[in-house]
Design a protein around this ligand. Structure first.
Ligand code: C2O
Length: 548
């Protein structure tokens, strides 16, 4: 591979959306941010310089970061933030991955404007396991607030209530014609007849899973989270925050004498308020027949599933399978060294004295937890504390492997409402195969949680609704061709089982990719010490690693 250099200058830029102009944090003045393009095996060297008032970090979502944990990016997990006027060079190699990933700020809610695509092409001379597309187009879904998202989450945390919902969804930063004064701000995909396009879909929204569809066109799913899957056709995609999905779009053989909308809107499982608006973009064919003007062409709209169509979501996710071919084997751990059972919950904490709270019962605060632990961000970076053997007072090693208070799904309310605020991690020996079952506990009504693991891909070996049954359910696990990814939706009122192998030393964050749930504590970290061989060790930190 070769080394590719990028410079990310974080700076303010005035942007107008929905007739509302505000200054937002951007990379190089671009919104969404610049595209990173590399090949499998290349080294990326990205110098990030912070010229804004906020502290910044950048995370390379889905990049394995093999032996380069210092470049992973989550604030206070692998690094202290880059302060105003300072810079940090992220330096890492892309090993064994090709497809679509993305980068985003990983501190507070700054990722609402600081995000962009990472396009990883196969090694030179290696082909896709599907017909070569005529063109490739990143399609990023985002969420726009007229207010400053930093103020939105700050207010929510102060009052204990839910944050104000977004004012629009966006495609490549553009809300599209269904919103006020946004017709000009519409993403347009111009295509030629008779060609195949590769759309690299990325859900960069903060708090919403999205359905996506293009009128009168079928999509073929070929890759998720930068891992090839067995291709299948669908009219609608479901994509959680953090996930990426590559689809092939075959255009009509001749100019169809029509224009087509593409639309995205949320899949909803929770009881709270949400932004139920719809973003639309336009699929427009080039070279209309001479007699028609493009303005007069009929416009077709896609039909999207109902907002709460969990059946569609379960069907869609059950179709995702690894290629599991000779060239792209699925190395699913066949035996398990360590079992974990995590409850993931959205619940409440009591209101602190001398404060008025606007949480679910008016006198409580929202809190979210894993195994009844609502993770508290440390003030020093975990990875540094671990590496320098200074974990004392920063974090504890005794994160429970199953809930401290036994979980009973049938209780009303379920019997695990006691949440503790702690900074705890699990230490996993190097070369360990791990099985983790994550169970949604629906303390406040069932809600799905897109769980994202840093530093590893995992295999989704099973999922189901209701309570996980350790006696019956493992017999149904798929250990042959389960989908391999980095972000998985724990179904609302259900469970998901994943397996991964600890071949990567470092401190690895795991959290719900609904940003508000992360803010409320639905997060934890795994610590993997070095292996014995030289190529199993984490090198010392780079000299420019930011200080807290
Ligand atoms: Cu895409 Cu920890 O994040």
């Amino acid at each position: 591979g070769i080394t590719r250099h990028y410079k990310f200058d974080i700076k303010m830029q005035n942007v107008t959306r929905l007739c509302h102009t505000k200054g937002i944090a951007t990379v190089n003045g671009q919104f969404p941010g610049p595209r990173i393009v590399a090949r499998e095996g290349d080294r990326l060297v990205v110098k990030v310089a912070n010229h804004v008032q906020n502290n910044i970090t950048i995370h390379w979502h889905g990049i394995r970061q093999l032996q380069s944990g210092w470049a992973d990016g989550p604030a206070y997990i692998t690094q202290c933030p880059i302060q105003t006027g300072q810079s940090y060079v992220y330096n890492f190699t892309i090993v064994g991955q090709r497809g679509t990933l993305w980068w985003h700020a990983h501190i507070s809610w700054l990722r609402s404007t600081l995000y962009g695509p990472i396009v990883i092409l196969p090694k030179r001379g290696v082909h896709y396991p599907f017909p070569r597309p005529y063109k490739e187009v990143p399609v990023l879904f985002g969420e726009w607030w007229n207010a400053d998202p930093e103020a939105v989450i700050a207010q929510a945390l102060q009052t204990g209530g839910g944050p104000n919902v977004s004012d629009a969804y966006t495609i490549n930063g553009l809300p599209g014609p269904l919103y006020n004064c946004s017709s000009k701000d519409t993403f347009k995909l111009n295509v030629k007849p008779g060609k195949t396009y590769l759309l690299r879909l990325i859900n960069a929204a903060l708090n919403d899973e999205l359905f996506f569809s293009i009128a009168n066109h079928t999509l073929t799913v070929v890759d998720v989270d930068a891992v090839y899957v067995k291709p299948f056709e669908t009219d609608v995609i479901i994509i959680t925050p953090g996930q990426t999905t590559n689809v092939l779009l075959k255009t009509k053989p001749y100019h169809p004498n029509a224009t087509f909308l593409m639309m995205a809107r949320p899949y909803v499982t929770g009881q709270g308020t949400f932004d139920n608006s719809t973003v639309a973009g336009i699929l427009e064919y080039n070279q209309p027949p001479l007699s028609t003007s493009i303005k007069k062409l009929p416009l077709f709209k896609p039909s999207l599933p109902p907002l709460r169509d969990t059946t569609f979501v379960a069907n869609f996710t059950s179709k995702l399978k690894s290629l599991a071919s000779a060239q792209y084997p699925a190395n699913v751990p066949q035996h398990v060294d360590k079992h974990f059972f995590f409850t993931v919950s959205l619940g409440t904490n009591p209101c602190p004295k001398n404060q008025t709270c606007q949480g679910p019962t008016n006198s409580t605060m929202f809190a979210a937890s894993v195994n009844n632990i609502s993770f508290v961000m440390p003030t020093k970076a975990l990875l540094q504390a671990y590496f320098l053997r200074q974990s004392n007072g920063v974090y504890a090693n005794d994160f429970p492997s199953s809930p401290l208070i036994p979980f009973n799904y049938t209780g009303t309310p379920p019997n695990n409402t006691m949440v503790m605020d702690e900074t705890k991690v699990v230490v996993l020996p190097f070369n360990t195969s791990v099985e983790l079952v994550m169970q949604d506990t629906s303390i406040l009504g069932a809600e799905s949680h897109p769980l994202h693991l840093h530093g590893f891909n995992f295999f989704v070996v099973g999922q189901g609704f209701g309570t996980f049954d350790p006696k019956k359910d493992p017999a149904k696990f798929n250990l042959v061709d389960p989908v391999e990814r980095n972000t998985v939706g724990v179904p609302a009122g259900g469970w998901v089982a994943i397996r991964f192998f600890t071949d990567n030393p470092g401190v690895w964050f795991m959290h719900c990719h609904f940003e508000v749930h992360t803010s409320w504590g639905l997060k934890m970290a795994w610590v993997v010490p070095d292996g014995k061989l030289p190529n199993q060790k984490l090198p010392p930190p780079p000299s420019d690693l930011p200080k807290c």
